[in-house]
Write a protein that binds this ligand. Sequence first.
Ligand SMILES: Oc1cc(-c2ccc(F)cc2)cc2cncnc12
Ligand SMILES: [Mg+2]
Length: 214
Amino acid sequence: MDQSKEQRILNSVSYNAVKGDPESVLDCIDKYCSQKEWAMNVGDEKGLILDNVVKEADPTTALELGTYCGYSAIRIARLLKPKAHLFSIEFNPEFVPIAKEIIEIAGLSDKVTILEGHAQDIIPQLKSKYDVDTLDFVFLDHWKERYAPDTILLEECGLLRKGSILLADNIIYPGAPEFLEYIRNHKRFECTNYPSHLEYMKVEDAMEKAVYLG
Ligand SMILES: Oc1cc(-c2ccc(F)cc2)cc2cncnc12
Ligand SMILES: [Mg+2]
């Protein structure tokens, strides 16, 4: 059976990246996806925005919705302090083993737990099953129509605390209008927009940061 694009990305990382070096894994994926096959990694330009918000949050416990091949999980996990941990939720069973392998090559398997399933099913289990208290940072990068309901679910599950930082990808393209409307019209969130471009393209995109005010 022909290999998937995601398998080809893993092949490229496995062959070209320096084992245990997250930067070389990120560079390899960015090179492959800008020169060979486009893929929906957050990419290098929006990745810098992600880096800065993660540094600002300096999270002990972080959550990512939408693992894909593990690119943004590596961007986040490489910046985490020693005892900090990232949970990453992915519903596509084909992506999970590939992301695990790529994160392993980056040497970050100890800092990342990939949870396979739908966010709306896993979020309610984070406290009881995964011993999470509250989340210091959340990266939303899964299906755009799930951004708002899953944000509401995080709050309902008591997973947000005063100062929790949410960062959402693809605010312009593909777009997340319901999410924007929700967080910008609710006084419990302080929002900041970061204009950027769609990964590896000249198409406009943006990220939105929302600080939960409690
Ligand atoms: O960053 C992203 C980009 C795109 C996407 C797809 C097709 C296209 F033409 C343009 C953009 C889809 C995504 C789905 N989930 C998470 N992130 C995504
Ligand atoms: Mg995205």
